[in-house]
Design a protein around this ligand. Structure first.
Ligand code: NAI
Length: 416
């Protein structure tokens, strides 16, 4: 029998499902275009992230990595990466919030040239606490909605010291990662953690953006009766037209069996909502920060707190109702006991966009003033073509008459 090398390599399985990253490794592994650059990488540290880190390293970069969430780190991945020359971990499994903060500061003290971030933790910290390091950073990339919101605030205050690509805002990221990745992995982890069925439940999804839309539509596909809450009237209308019931949170609190927040905002499910909920409801958060479900209010209301199952905290209300919080209100798809984050095929596109963000500024030398930028459309399309190639799918090429037709406005040949 041949030796089972896969079982000794925590990245082996994820590599099979990240073909774009593999194509970068094959293309850049020899010439090492990122040689001489130190790249800081913050993300949820599990196998797919490991493949992204090894891809940057394979392309020549020295990589320093830290978690973007204290509880989503997989220790075996950290150990495997840290063992390689040129890759350094500032992470451990099960960090406290304080250790998480300290690790990010320790990483920044090493003076990275480029920062690939998730939630804008490293970028915010380098500006607030390491101004000398920030002054020498060439650029950055940010992969999630919550981080873009912080970067927009930094840009409004005119404090950004270097250019940052808003990777989250590029179609190749949010069309797939936010919609399908968050949608599938949130529902999968809720079902596995609670060992209950989605089908037939009244599922309340708070927020109908990219993530919320994915969650709501997939929950309905599984047989749930879906309810959406929104603050944006156009998104509320979109949810209505997509066939979901739309109501405010007061009404939804009474109607729901399972609540999932995906707003990127705070204080979405609050004390007045907990007071109206039925016995046995499940509460889960898919938004980046653990402030969407107001956990301190649950603690305040509860007569007793128990743990009926790993990953579930049960708040016993004085009137006998029991409210069940999954993954402590942190990202349910990344921090629960069984959570593995998004499917690897989806993170392949997200991390590919992070890679091209770094490549564009560091190797292609795109020189931008400090600020927040969209990734150039040509790069997004290139990654899309790479992904289609790996899937064996082809697209139509516009023929000359079509290109001309798209460029003219008079349309002289049309019959009306
Ligand atoms: P988005 O901006 O597309 O959607 C958020 C929606 O929530 C908007 O339509 C907004 O109007 C709505 N909203 C805001 N406050 C609300 C409130 N109080 N009640 C109801 N609706 C409200 O953002 P996207 O991309 O859907 O991301 C949402 C969150 O999920 C962010 O925190 C993002 O960082 C996070 N995220 C999580 C992932 C995961 O793996 N769990 C992956 C990708 C993003």
């Amino acid at each position: 029998m041949t030796p089972d090398t896969d079982s000794d390599d925590p990245l082996a399985w994820a590599r099979d499902y990240t073909p774009i990253l593999k194509s970068f490794q094959e293309e850049y592994g020899e010439n090492k275009p990122l040689e001489g650059y130190t790249i800081a990488f913050a993300s949820h540290l599990e196998a797919k992230t490991g493949v992204a880190i090894e891809t940057l390293h394979e392309a020549g970069a020295e990589v320093l990595f830290a978690p973007s969430e204290p509880q989503s780190t997989h220790g075996e991945v950290v150990e495997a990466l840290d063992a390689r020359d040129g890759i350094t971990a500032f992470a451990q499994e099960g960090m406290t919030d304080e250790a998480f903060d300290t690790a990010q500061h320790d990483l920044l003290a090493h003076g990275p040239d480029f920062i690939l971030d998730d939630g804008c933790e490293l970028i915010a910290k380098v500006h607030a606490d390491h101004p000398d390091v920030a002054a020498d950073v060439i650029g950055g990339g940010e992969q999630t909605t919550a981080g873009i919101t912080r970067l927009e605030a930094m840009e409004t205050e005119d404090v950004l010291e270097f250019p940052v690509y808003g990777v989250n805002d590029t179609p190749m990221k949010h069309f797939f990662d936010n919609v399908h990745g968050t949608g599938e992995s949130s529902l999968t982890n809720i079902a596995i953690t609670s060992n209950t069925i989605i089908s037939g439940k009244d599922v309340v999804v708070c927020g109908y953006g990219y993530c919320g839309r994915g969650i709501a539509n997939k929950a309905r596909g599984m047989g749930a009766k879906t309810i959406v809450t929104e603050v944006d009237p156009r998104k509320a209308l979109q949810a209505h037209m997509d066939g979901h019931r739309v109501m405010d949170m007061d009404e939804a609190a009474e109607a729901g069996d399972l609540f999932i927040t995906a707003t990127g905002n705070r204080d979405v499910i609050r004390i007045e909502h907990f007071e109206q909920m039925a016995d046995g409801v499940l509460l889960a958060n898919s938004g980046h920060f653990d402030v969407e479900i107001v956990v301190p209010a649950l603690e305040e209301l509860a007569a007793e707190v128990t743990t009926p199952k790993e990953g579930i905290t049960r708040y016993h209300m004085p009137d006998g109702r029991r409210l069940n919080l999954l993954a402590e209100g942190r990202l349910v798809n990344l921090t629960g006991p069984y959570s593995q984050g998004h499917p690897a095929e989806v993170m392949d596109t997200t991390f590919a966009m992070m890679f091209v963000a770094a490549y564009d500024m560091l190797v292609d030398g795109t020189d931008l003033a400090p600020g927040l930028y969209n990734i150039p459309d040509r790069l997004d399309r290139e990654v899309a073509h790479r992904k289609l190639d790996t899937l064996g799918l082809s697209t139509e090429e516009m023929i000359e008459s079509q290109r001309a037709y798209a460029e003219e406005w008079e349309h002289p040949d049309s019959s009306f």
